[in-house]
Design a protein around this ligand. Structure first.
Ligand SMILES: *Cc1c(COP(=O)(O)O)cnc(C)c1O
Length: 296
């Protein structure tokens, strides 16, 4: 499916008993609807890299990720849309082609895959990225997840879709790139609440602080459900409930944890804002790995 370069993005109001009881208007910016497999936020994070590629003198895009990575699919689809050759180094056991659904899709979109050992590669390791660049001087290298200043600049464009009456914007945090972009694009009366989806989320605060030029943001770090990509029966029930009763699909890694956490905070009377907008970052392709749990 082709990608619309300036997509219309729907805002879905949510009338859940918890936000209704609190008198809070809650809606969801459906970035997930941009594309069936490309995570909405990944698409935005890639925009500046794509622009750089087209303006520069590069031969191909090279990036990195795991075998279930939303970032790899997004990169493959974006490169396909623009006719850009792309390669990915997939973290895993050396030479062992673990063909996940995600990787099959990447290959179908024309991405060239190379498998590398976990020991060769560590996330966002600048020395490693520098060495790869020396090895492939004509490659435009995108760090895993679209991490970094270019990713932040791309993600800031998401705020063009936020209505002015919004007081609080919520977003799930992986590397924090999307969150920084959103925080950077807020209007002065708006603030941001980020939900970390991995253990010890507070450890990311300092890194975020360095990239956000104001103090109108906070983290909620208690809603990781054990650790990154871990799910519980309670979380699965919540995903099924939101789909069935509110027509809202949620991925189990990011957006389900964010919304569960937000509703929990509203229930505990911790929210002062009257108008809250959640950014649905997509990630629904990842639910294929738990399809058997989500079926009725
Ligand atoms: C990657 C991803 C995130 C996290 O984005 P960061 O910019 O790394 O914080 C959130 N949601 C989905 C669906 C993602 O794929």
């Amino acid at each position: 499916m082709a990608i619309d370069l300036r997509p219309e993005i729907r805002i879905q109001p949510i009338d859940h008993p918890i936000n209704r009881a609190a008198g809070i208007s809650l809606s969801i910016l459906r970035l997930d609807e941009i594309h069936p497999v490309v995570s909405g936020n990944k698409w935005f994070k890639l925009q500046e890299y794509i622009r750089l590629f087209r303006e520069g003198d590069y031969a191909f895009i090279l990036t990195f990720g795991g075998a279930h990575s939303n970032h790899l699919i997004a990169t493959a689809a974006a490169c396909a849309a623009f006719g850009i050759p792309c390669r990915a180094w997939v973290r895993g056991f050396h030479g062992q082609a673990i063909e996940t659904e995600t990787l099959k899709e990447c290959r179908k979109l024309g991405m060239e895959l190379h498998f590398i050992g976990r020991d060769v590669y560590s996330r966002h390791d600048e020395i490693f990225l520098h060495e790869v660049q020396l090895q492939y001087p004509n490659a435009l290298i995108i760090p895993e997840g679209g991490y970094g200043p270019m990713g932040i600049a791309g993600a800031a464009a998401i705020t063009n879709y936020i209505p002015a009456e919004t007081e609080l914007v919520c977003c799930a945090i992986g590397s924090g790139t999307t969150f920084c972009g959103i925080a950077n694009g807020l209007l002065p009366h708006q603030s941001a609440l980020g939900f970390t989806v991995f253990k010890q989320g507070a450890t990311i605060a300092e890194e975020l602080q360095a990239q956000i030029p104001h103090q109108r943001w906070v983290l909620a770090t208690d809603y990781h459900f054990g650790k990154f990509a871990r799910h519980t029966p309670e979380l699965i029930d919540f995903i099924r409930y939101m789909q069935q009763e509110h027509n809202l699909p949620l991925d189990f890694v990011y957006n389900a944890k964010m919304l569960w956490g937000l509703l929990d905070m509203i229930k505990q009377d911790k929210m002062a804002a009257q108008h809250i907008l959640c950014i649905h970052t997509g990630g629904l392709q990842g639910n294929r790995s738990i399809a058997h749990l989500l079926e009725a």
